[in-house]
Ligand binder design. Structure first.
Ligand code: PMV
Length: 337
């Protein structure tokens, strides 16, 4: 039996603009998906995802994806647990050259689903890592990240960037620009996450930004401006490379850039009333800055705040279902046992 766990992420800067070749900086957070893989003597795959909903579910199917049965569980759970685990198993079989390998898989996760925190990427990364290790064929991190990206790409019909899977694999802060992905040094940033309990439709939101960009030159400029915010933020992080704990000046400057980034995303139409309410609640409580994270339209915001003030304020904010502190996960995917 092999157990691996992989972190979720927030976008410090750059979502949406990354689709148009601008850089983005996601950062892994200490909320993890845990996948257990136990090889079987037949080619069946049995997936147990007890804590992904109040009901949870267990499904067993034979052979490859074509034999996967329709299962009567809510759609996001099918995606999160079935589609992604299935894609992870196929990547692991391919990597280990073991097309008929069967597994008993268990998925547990404390990352809110489909809310911009990279829950599916964490399941895929931990799943491929656990399954390849269980077959005695562990992958190096670059190959693991690449295979996890392809698994997500397949499940999401081509709508996936490398950001979530690379960040979840490597941990810490990373820089994504097109297909170039690199870990970058970052101090231990004090994140607070607010979750409105919902999720935006990533495909629709990405398409909406695309239309605005086609229609208005200033929308295209806005996308480029997000790229400028990212470049400025990266430089701040690079200059602070020797700081284990971020200085008040660094937090103030990063927070200001996060506020700016949120404003630009808002201008592109991807914020929402609930997200704006949470962003303002965190700012009013004294956060250094706050922005939506991920595709937007609903889901999560991330604030920069070392005190408990934003978390408390968010928990009393209308529309905020869950608020939690989220330390930077310096370690990416790891073996638990
Ligand atoms: O909601 P998430 O975490 O999957 O982030 C989407 C980020 C976008 O830039 C909007 C799309 C993408 O694939 O990069």
């Amino acid at each position: 039996m092999t157990v691996c766990e992989a972190p979720g992420k927030v976008y410090l800067f750059g979502e949406h603009a990354v689709v148009y070749g601008e850089p983005a900086v996601p950062a892994a957070i200490e909320r993890r998906a845990t996948v257990t893989a136990e090889p079987r003597s037949d080619d069946h795959v049995r997936v147990e995802a007890e804590d992904l909903s109040l009901n949870g579910f267990t499904v067993e199917y034979a052979g490859g994806t074509g034999d996967r049965p329709d299962v009567d569980v809510p759609a996001p759970l099918v995606e999160a647990a079935m589609g992604y685990v299935d894609a992870a198993v196929r990547q692991a079989r391919d990597a280990a050259d073991a097309p008929d390998a069967g597994f008993d898989i268990t998925v547990e996760s404390d990352i809110p689903l489909g809310a911009g925190l990279g829950s599916s990427a964490a399941v895929v990364v931990a799943g491929i890592d656990a399954a390849t290790r269980a077959l005695g064929e562990p992958l190096d991190r670059r190959e693991l990240a690449d295979r996890a990206y392809h698994a997500e790409y397949e499940v999401q019909d081509g709508q996936a960037s490398r950001a979530d899977t690379f960040c979840s694999t490597m941990g810490g802060a990373v820089r994504i620009e097109g297909d170039d992905c690199e870990p970058i040094e970052a101090p231990n940033l004090p994140f607070v996450v607010g979750f409105d309990g919902g999720a935006g439709d990533t495909g629709e939101l990405v398409a909406g930004v695309g239309e605005l960009r086609e229609e208005y030159g200033f929308a295209a400029d806005t996308v480029e401006s997000i790229g400028d915010v990212v470049r400025t933020g990266e430089k701040l992080l690079a200059d602070a490379v020797s700081e284990a704990d971020p200085s008040p000046e660094l937090l103030a400057e990063l927070g200001e850039l996060m506020d700016f980034n949120h404003g630009l995303l808002s201008a592109l139409g991807v914020s929402a009333r609930s997200l704006d309410a949470m962003v303002w609640a965190a700012r009013d409580a004294g956060a250094h800055g706050a922005k939506l994270t991920g595709a937007g339209g609903g889901g999560c915001i991330v604030a920069l705040d070392a005190s408990d003030a934003s978390e408390t304020a968010l928990s009393f904010t209308h529309g905020c279902e869950e608020a939690f502190r989220a330390e930077l996960a310096t370690e990416g995917v790891r073996v638990v046992e």
